[in-house]
Design a protein around this ligand. Structure first.
Ligand code: NAP
Ligand code: G4F
Length: 347
């Protein structure tokens, strides 16, 4: 049985990747941050108590700001594959929490690489995946490929560039199997509710069901290359199965504006979104990434990877999911139950 260790397992991608690896017969270990509330909601469907026969998913407390703790988990899990997905992953928030973002995203990766280097020196070969981002291309004109120079436009993106180059350096300096994925935006019904796609599908669904009246957004003209997270974790896994460690852009090659996302989501809800969406300047970024569109030719030819879910199918999947959530919420409210808020307004 192969063993994998995932940082960021409680996030959108972590949950999809854990599911994929379990289906492939891996024993999966994940690092979970201690929080005062549960942050393992996305893992609930695949988690079994470790005392149950056949349990293959094991969670360990840890944080990428704590190198010593990570090393202990590494020795305990003893993985052959390590996927570093942990990040303060919100671009707008990184302008407010720049030092923290650098500590987690850039230095956090360095801490893990140092641990992996020492793990290898003790005779343990582990393949390492670094979750890079199309945000690293920032102001570089589309289409962006592995050959496009980085031009980061946020503390988050600059930190991801640092993590990318730390990873390249450790590959070259120590001959380790280290690969960077440069993934363009990927979404799903599990996407965090403060990212624009989910904010839109959740907001329009609640408006459709009469649970709220307005949705406040920022820049509607930004263009993104949006794919489906379930497809992207398959690419992540394939990157680590290659004979040599290399870096890959993962993207659909199609780009749409936030406005176009609203058009499709609104149409699927049967709602004229222009009557409900208002602009709030606090959602604008000091420096914006205007247009991202990836050229994933290398992944197509070398990994044999292709996205399966189209943009239209993705929007529909997310809207359908959030309409169902809103229906459940309305049923509870109309039966006199108080709906427990899962959070409050955030960026
Ligand atoms: P996400 O949903 O925000 O998940 C981030 C994960 O990192 C969560 O499990 C989070 O834990 C964990 N985390 C945050 N700070 C941590 C820390 N200090 N120590 C340990 N864990 C920490 O992000 P995602 O969309 O799944 O993305 C996964 C990775 O891919 C991230 O590195 C992201 O930057 C990168 N990426 C994402 C996209 C995309 O479009 N989704 C595109 C390119 C690259 P909590 O659950 O406790 O918050
Ligand atoms: O959904 P977003 O916050 O995603 P963004 O900034 O592209 O970052 C995501 O994708 C990256 C890959 O390219 C990841 F590395 C990163 O971790 C994250 O997953 O914003 C998308 C666009 C931006 O141009 C933003 O200005 O939507 C625009 N936008 C407009 N109104 C908004 C809003 N974004 C958010 N979050 N909230 C708004 O109200």
């Amino acid at each position: 049985m192969k063993r994998a260790l995932i940082t960021g397992i409680t996030g959108q991608d972590g949950s999809f990747l854990a599911e994929l690896l379990l289906a492939k017969g891996y024993q999966v270990h994940g690092i979970v941050r201690r929080a005062s509330t549960f942050n393992t909601e996305r893992l609930a469907p695949i988690y079994h108590d470790r005392h149950e026969a056949g349990a293959a998913l094991f969670l360990h407390y840890g944080d990428v700001s704590d190198g010593a703790g990570f090393r202990r988990v590494l020795d305990l899990a003893h993985p052959e594959e390590i996927y570093n997905l942990a990040a303060q992953s919100h671009v707008r928030v990184s302008f407010d929490q720049a030092e923290y973002t650098a500590d987690v995203v850039a230095t956090g990766t360095l801490r893990i690489l140092e641990a992996v280097r020492d793990y290898a020196a003790r005779g343990n070969a582990a393949r390492f995946y670094q979750a890079g981002s199309s945000e690293m291309f920032g102001a570089a004109s589309p289409p962006q490929s592995e050959a496009t120079p980085f031009y980061p436009r946020s503390p988050y993106a600059a930190s991801k560039v640092a993590a990318h180059w730390y990873s390249v350096n450790y590959r070259e300096a120590y001959g380790l199997f280290i690969a960077n994925g440069i993934l363009f935006n990927h979404e799903s019904p599990r996407r965090g509710e403060t990212f624009v796609t989910r904010k839109i599908t959740r907001g329009l669904a609640r408006i459709t069901l009469g649970l709220q009246s307005k949705l406040y957004l920022g820049n509607l003209e930004a263009r993104r290359d949006w794919g489906y997270a379930g497809d992207y974790v398959e690419a992540i896994w394939r990157i680590l199965q290659q004979p040599q460690p290399e870096d890959f852009v993962i993207a659909t090659g199609e780009s749409h504006s936030v406005r176009e996302f609203l058009d499709l989501a609104g149409a699927h809800c049967g709602l004229d979104w222009t009557k409900h969406v208002e602009t709030d300047p606090r959602y604008f970024r000091p420096t914006e990434v205007n247009a991202l569109c990836g050229d994933a030719s290398k992944a197509r030819s070398r990994l044999g990877w292709e996205p399966r879910v189209s943009f239209e199918e993705l929007v529909k999947m997310m809207v359908d999911h959030d309409l169902e959530l809103a229906r459940q919420e309305r049923t509870l409210t109309s039966a006199g139950h108080k709906v427990i808020e899962r959070g409050v307004a955030q960026p």
